[in-house]
Design a protein around this ligand. Sequence first.
Ligand SMILES: C[S@@+](CC[C@H](N)C(=O)[O-])C[C@H]1O[C@@H](n2cnc3c(N)ncnc32)[C@H](O)[C@@H]1O
Ligand code: SF4
Length: 384
Amino acid sequence: MTNTPKPLAVYIHVPFCKAKCTYCDFYSIIGRENSIPAYLQATLKEIRQAGKRHDLSNHYIDTIFFGGGTPNLLAPPHLELLLNRLLNLAPHADQMEIGMEVNPGEASLENLLAYRQLGINRISIGMQSFQPELLKFMSRIHTVEKSFSTYDDVRQAGFDNVSADLIFAIPGQSRDQWIGDLKHLVSMNPEHISTYSLTVEEGTALHRWVDAGHIKMLEETVDNGMYAWGREFLEAEGYPNYEISNHSRPGYQCRHNLNYWRGVEYLGFGPAAHSYFSHRRHWNIRNLDQYLRDMNATGSAIDESEQISRTMARNEMILTRLRLTEGLDLDEFSLEFDEDLLETKDDIFLKWADKIVVKNNHAMLSPQGWALTDEISSDLMSPE
Ligand SMILES: C[S@@+](CC[C@H](N)C(=O)[O-])C[C@H]1O[C@@H](n2cnc3c(N)ncnc32)[C@H](O)[C@@H]1O
Ligand code: SF4
């Protein structure tokens, strides 16, 4: 019997930043660029070790994503080393999606051209806002003009798959400002747009300000209203959302993120990176120095790992698929978990009748359901 090769998604976490944004809980550290060579050495070792630890003979790399932190702090030869090592890890798709995040004003045209030449074919630019005072509030170190010039440079370097991130529901942001940002971004014509509602994450400066009462976040109804307006606007402009926060021109959905949401296995490298492989999940230590020490000493920097039980897998499929407009394939669900969800959870489908619809045997959220994804998913989940 021959096995059909399975796709694999690869994530490289680049934990360096020039400044820490007030809201950001992603693992990143500032003023440590001098550790980039050590980081590279350790991450290259981690990739090689993964080839020994996991049987990848039946997998092919479908997507690679350099995220952060700030991947553009790696010079093209650094990325080349990492890419070459990854290509030795497993076979790969003929047309891989290789994406990277770029901060406005931080990548020269020369570097962008070199990234393109390395085969990187998707760039995501963290523009966040076109309002100078809101960028300042979030401690972003770029100007609005830098978002525009980096976008132009990315295009000039030959990238034809470009995404931009914008944040909404920022304290002090008016609905008109949010509309203005979206209109401006659409006029630039990127292939993909991500819109994130500003969330207060523990351990961030924003969390401390909110806790101390210095800053008041927007009311949930205002936040939901801004989300709904943005989603409808982008859909009318030819950017339907394929996931709660992600909107694209047809055919330009982010393959890498779709892989995560569709349950494709993934390997993550670098401090704090997560992996999901062979029904297990593990994540690396969230500390660069410890990561370097562990990698040097033992060739592994795993903080913790867990076996994904059947119930966990069931719940995760519900949670991730309901985030997608394509929804949860009820046939696939029943095949995998031997359960007819419409029958076992008929009360929940009734409770959320106008928020969750069933079409072509897929359960999907209606436009009114988007803001309630978490509540609806959790109702459909089972206790461990
Ligand atoms: C962690 S960043 C990494 C990429 C890059 N350094 C940047 O800042 O764009 C990825 C995206 O997550 C967003 N993000 C991080 N924390 C967030 C939060 N608390 N609320 C909303 N968006 C957030 C960022 O603004 C960015 O668009
Ligand atoms: S949002 Fe991006 S630039 Fe800001 S601290 Fe987080 S990873 Fe770094």
